[in-house]
Design a protein around this ligand. Structure first.
Ligand SMILES: *Cc1c(COP(=O)(O)O)cnc(C)c1O
Length: 348
């Protein structure tokens, strides 16, 4: 990756921006007894009367150790959705630049492109749900700033072949964003370990899935220090609130519990796949590396409605390209899974 120049990819307005400097930016506590009279906070302690750490240092120090990166290679946001939006706003000039996405995939990339007035060039996955590298590179031009690669992919569930992602990292002139929302369910290694090799790589993860904290909104971006520092320039100063920082820290320190829950979910996934295999109205069960299973059925609308009548809500993905008559089942608790399987067996 010789000659990579991040500045060429950053929007001019962001390059020139003088970021907002908060009270907590200007004076960082050294832990000694200080009187903080600088931020117009209410002084009476109720646990959250102070502004949160804008750089979430305690949480980042744990994540950095666990992932083998430096704290300055981490940016945290209000869910990955905020992180992805920040990436758009740093690199993509409205009404001028474009991004490349690979449907069927996570719907937010397209929505964020729309919000930011960025053209979304869609290059369909191949029939076996892999990136079509040749077509992707053909679709790219000098205004293509980002490629979004979701692996394991939502809604298909599979991880993409590493060699395809590697080729894109080596051949695409913009940044490659690998969305690893489901990486903790996968046997594959995270792309975080490749950050040293590829200055054009951004990896996003989240505490919303395997970590069981969708309600606190904590998304994570791992990238080069250079990329993280430009994202920091535009992020809202206090984008990750105090309660979220505390709950996230507790949870990432409790790896044993997270791993135990992930293993249970994977065991239940095996049971669910077995049951789906025995159903006459299910014709394909797609390989999954995530906490959900995509299945092709005889009539997705009909099966969706039947399940709804039994108070089971699954996701009908039939409107997505290559996903005609598919339903996506999230793996629930053992009790929920048992219920679902019993109901599925009764459908006719
Ligand atoms: C669920 C999901 C996310 C998570 O988004 P958050 O905003 O962190 O909750 C990100 N990417 C994909 C592909 C997902 O399926």
């Amino acid at each position: 990756m010789e000659g990579f120049d991040l500045n060429k990819l950053v929007r001019e307005s962001v390059r020139k921006l003088q970021p907002y400097s908060s009270a907590r930016d200007e004076y960082v506590s050294d832990g000694s007894e200080m009187l903080f009279l600088d931020a117009n906070e209410n002084p009476f302690d109720n646990g959250v009367n102070r502004y949160p750490d804008p750089y979430q240092r305690s949480l980042k120090s744990v994540l950095a150790k666990q992932k083998g990166v430096s704290e300055s290679q981490i940016l945290l946001g209000n869910g990955s959705d905020e992180v992805l939006d920040l990436i758009f706003r740093v690199f993509c000039e409205p009404n001028q630049d474009n991004v490349i996405t690979l449907p069927p995939t996570y719907g937010m990339y397209k929505v964020l492109a729309g919000i930011n007035a960025i053209k979304n060039r869609e290059v369909l996955l191949t029939a076996d749900f892999e990136p079509n590298v040749e077509e992707i590179l053909k679709a790219a031009d000098s205004h293509s700033k980002l490629i979004f690669i979701c692996s394991p992919n939502n809604p298909t569930g599979n991880s993409f072949k590493g060699e395809y992602i590697k080729t894109l990292l080596e051949s695409f002139d913009g940044l490659v964003v690998v969305d690893e929302a489901y990486i903790d369910f996968s046997k594959d290694e995270s792309w975080v370990s490749a950050l040293q090799t590829y200055p054009n790589l951004i990896v996003t993860q989240t505490l919303s899935k395997a970590y069981g904290l969708a309600g606190i909104r904590l998304g994570i971006c791992y990238a080069s220090e250079e990329i993280v520092s430009v994202l920091n320039k535009i992020k809202p100063p206090y984008n990750v609130n105090q309660l979220t920082q505390q709950r996230a820290l507790q949870r990432v320190l409790n790896q044993d519990l997270v791993k135990q829950e992930v293993q249970q979910i994977l065991d239940e996934r095996t049971e669910l796949i077995k049951a789906l295999n025995n159903l006459e109205f299910v014709s394909v069960i797609y390989p999954t590396d995530a906490n959900f299973v995509l299945a092709k059925v005889d009539d997705a609308n009909k099966r969706y409605q039947q399940l709804l009548e039994k108070q089971v809500v699954v996701r009908n993905r039939s409107t997505q390209p290559l996903c005609e008559n598919t339903l996506r089942f999230t793996v629930g608790t053992p009790e929920e899974n048992k219920k679902l399987i019993a109901i599925l067996k009764e459908l006719n």
